[in-house]
Design a protein around this ligand. Structure first.
Ligand SMILES: NC(=O)c1ccc[n+]([C@@H]2O[C@H](COP(=O)([O-])OP(=O)(O)OC[C@H]3O[C@@H](n4cnc5c(N)ncnc54)[C@H](OP(=O)(O)O)[C@@H]3O)[C@@H](O)[C@H]2O)c1
Length: 364
């Protein structure tokens, strides 16, 4: 049997919403050293990771083979989350392939690919569900697992399939940012009676750590995670129960949704470096129309019993997640969840997504 034991993990996307808890989980007990790729060594997030210990920073972009080679070199593990909202779907595809190939070249022993569901395929190739930032990762995950059938002894590989972060339901700058209408926290989204399998970021840290700790079992695996499938009626009810303040969900048709707060970005490319003149580039409107259709029509499933086995202490309900998030915010001096969703309280670091925060502060 091959030895997939790893001790130094090269992480792409480590300063991001997803990457931060993953890096934290890897270095928590100093079992792993982590090399984090970032375009800005001095960002607050990069410095926060550095201060954890067992973390080094590598400056550069994933869209550069020399940088990727240098990153994978001296590492025996890799966690790769290519930011599709930078590249757009087409370029993401290329760099996902090259990341996998260069990791093998440089002698990485175990490669983990940060993934999203291949919704077009899972819907039976129904164009209503076409979501570039999902399909772009999902088809690459299949490609990686296929390569892994031939390469598994040389380099193990696993896919980590997450989904919309629960944090996005209470953060500015997301497709499900709430408004506050006459004192009522309100989610106006085109979800119907559908449900979103929201993911807890801290649990992502646990799951990815589990993959590196259990490489023999994880090799060839697609670990698909979520807290639970969350209807937004339930989200509003849970928010009210946790905060003691009223909340509501208002089902919204797609036209009304795209004439709401996202109107400004609806026709922009879903990828700030994607070429708007390239016909393969999806707009935010097309991309997130498929995204909401996917949840509205229940295309995506999860095996919750498997998740209970792998992570017995996992967060199992959105109410539990909201309660923990409320507590966490208070401890960090950010106020209650109710305070945090009031637009007048939004701070430059309020967005959970680094990309959104960087846009707002003009860094991107
Ligand atoms: N939002 C969600 O609910 C969700 C859920 C699952 C998966 N995803 C996927 O996750 C990806 C984004 O990650 P995130 O959610 O953690 O977003 P994020 O908070 O905006 O973080 C973006 C990350 O990508 C890095 N990055 C961007 N361009 C880069 C480049 N050219 N070279 C090196 N690093 C680069 C950033 O690093 P620096 O800025 O430090 O360079 C940062 O670490 C997207 O593909 C998205 O589809 C999102």
């Amino acid at each position: 049997m091959s030895d997939y034991t790893t001790s130094t993990i090269f992480v792409i996307g480590g300063t991001g919403a997803q990457g931060m808890p993953i890096v934290r989980a890897l270095v928590a007990d100093k079992k792993y050293q982590v090399k984090v790729l970032t375009r800005d060594l001095n960002s607050a997030r990069a410095q926060e990771l550095l201060a954890l210990g067992n973390v080094t920073l590598v400056e550069g972009t994933f869209a550069d083979e020399d940088v990727l080679r240098a990153g994978f070199r001296d590492a025996d593990g890799a966690y790769v989350n290519i930011d599709g909202f930078n590249t757009g779907e087409k370029t993401e595809t290329y760099w996902a392939i090259r990341s996998y190939e260069l990791a093998i070249e440089e002698g990485v022993r175990f490669f983990v690919y940060g993934n999203l569901d291949f919704v077009l395929k899972k819907s039976g190739y129904d164009p209503r569900f076409r979501t570039g930032h999902y399909d772009g990762k999902g088809r690459m995950a299949e490609w990686i697992l296929f390569q892994n059938q031939s390469n598994r002894d040389r380099m193990g590989a696993a896919v980590f399939t997450s989904g919309p972060y629960a944090e996005m339901t209470v953060s500015p700058g997301t497709p499900m940012t709430p408004s506050v209408e006459d004192g009522i926290v309100t989610w106006r989204v085109p979800l119907g009676d559908g449900a979103v399998p929201h993911v807890a970021l801290d649990d992502c840290g646990y799951y990815v750590r589990w993959i590196f700790d259990n490489p023999d079992r994880a090799n060839g695996m697609d670990l698909e995670v979520a807290i639970e499938h969350v209807t937004y009626a339930r989200l509003a009810e849970a928010f009210a129960a946790v905060t003691g303040h009223p909340a509501q969900y208002i089902d919204t048709d797609l036209d009304t949704y795209w004439n709401g707060p996202l109107k400004q970005v609806a026709d922009l490319p879903a990828g700030y470096n994607a070429d708007p003149r390239d016909k393969s580039t999806m707009s935010f409107r097309d991309n997130f129309t498929g995204f909401w259709n996917m949840w509205r029509h229940g295309v995506i499933t999860r095996d919750y019993s498997l998740l209970d086995e792998i992570h017995p202490g996992r967060i199992r309900t959105i109410e539990d997640w909201l309660r923990r998030e409320d507590e966490r915010g208070r401890q960090l001096g950010k106020g209650t969840l109710w305070d945090r969703v009031q637009p007048e309280n939004w701070r430059p670091d309020s967005p959970v997504l680094k990309g959104s925060a960087d846009m707002r502060t003009g860094r991107l």
